[in-house]
Write a protein that binds this ligand. Structure first.
Ligand SMILES: [Zn+2]
Length: 357
């Protein structure tokens, strides 16, 4: 662990944060239609001791507010006097969508497809550029927290790019129930961070516009374990004695065979077998029900929470588990856990974070 007892203040925009203190900083973004200036609120927690600078962000999709709850609870648990390094907390990156309960910005753009952005670009481009300049470029690690879209639930899951042993190690430290390797989307924060060689973990957890206790607890515990693992806080990272997590590099959606009313027989987190009944969809009177059947062995990592469905609506997201002979097995060290959890084949295409289906 880094252990210098004093180091430089942290300068950001018009503020200087002394070691061992924290400050809220409002970064100017743009001007709204009414003439009001909009700002991006950040909390900078600058530790007493030297260490890395990382960020934790929520609501880059404005209606995915689980990260906001995770950050509020982290603020109750962390103290700059006990911190080595600096944490930039961004509880509502998409300030416009957050206020409007919307995934998007008022210009109807998706912030997570607008990176790196531009100072004189569209509203989304200005916000992306602001976040890049003041946050991502200052950090050596980012943890970005998302949830499923409206009327969907995601089992808490860490998404990482494939092929990085360091990201695998951090994902293992995070300790979410499942690690999913998924491709990087052009314009996304993860793709940009990868270009700049800033490692990023993406947590997908819970449902849009809802606080969910399990999703929040997984998020808080995971961030604290990562902080412990990289030496920013003095705590047990839990990695001396680990469970091998579930790991997946391919998944598929199962869709409604007819329009009508769905009765779910399973939920996110359930292990399912090929041919197993997932739900029945019938008419308004329950007539002519059709079975929804799992096409594969796997784990349900997401499901529709709205039972009123059109034919073709995505109902269940099922991840096929790599090397499932090892899943949940006890391991004596992170090295051993990493070794047995590595997928046996290169990652296949997998749906991106909470893709709108
Ligand atoms: Zn999202």
């Amino acid at each position: 662990m880094h252990s210098r007892t004093s180091h430089e203040p942290f300068a950001i925009h018009d503020s200087v944060v002394a070691p061992g203190t924290q400050a809220t900083v409002e970064i100017p973004v743009s001007q709204q239609v009414t003439g009001l200036r909009s700002t991006l609120p950040l909390r900078v927690m600058h530790g007493s001791n030297h260490g890395p600078c990382i960020f934790v962000s929520g609501a880059i999709h404005g209606d995915e507010i689980i990260g906001t709850a995770v950050i509020q609870r982290l603020l109750e648990r962390l103290a700059p006097a006990q911190l080595s390094g600096t944490i930039i907390l961004a509880p509502a990156v998409n300030i416009y969508g957050f206020a409007a309960h919307s995934r998007y910005l008022p210009d109807r753009r998706d912030l997570n497809r607008s990176f790196p952005g531009a100072e004189h670009g569209s509203l989304a481009a200005q916000l992306a550029h602001c976040f890049l300049q003041h946050v991502i470029d200052r950090c050596s690690l980012g943890i970005d927290i998302h949830s499923a879209a409206v009327h969907r639930y995601n089992l808490p899951q860490i998404r990482i790019a494939s092929g990085s042993p360091y990201l695998s190690e951090l994902a293992m430290a995070f300790g979410a129930p499942i690690i999913i390797e998924s491709p990087l989307r052009p314009g996304s924060m993860r793709a940009l961070a990868a270009d700049r060689e800033t490692p990023m973990l993406l947590l997908e957890a819970g449902e849009a516009l809802r606080f969910d206790r399990f999703a929040i607890e997984v998020g808080v515990a995971g961030v604290l374990r990562v902080l412990a693992h990289i030496g920013m806080i003095d705590a047990d990272d839990g990695l001396a004695d680990v469970e091998v997590p579930l790991r997946s590099s391919r998944s598929s959606w199962v869709r409604a065979p007819r329009g009508g009313v769905s009765r779910r027989e399973c939920k996110s987190g359930d292990v399912v077998r090929e041919g197993e009944l997932l739900a029945r969809v019938g008419g308004l009177f329950g007539e002519n029900p059709e079975d929804v059947i799992s096409p594969t062995d796997g784990v349900v990592i997401g499901h529709a929470t709205l039972p009123i469905v059109n034919q073709g609506d995505a109902l269940f997201h099922i991840a096929e588990i790599d090397g499932h002979g090892h899943a949940g097995e006890h391991a004596d060290s992170i090295v051993e856990a990493l070794a047995v959890s590595e997928p046996p084949f290169p990652a296949a295409p997998l749906l991106d974070e909470d893709e709108v289906l």
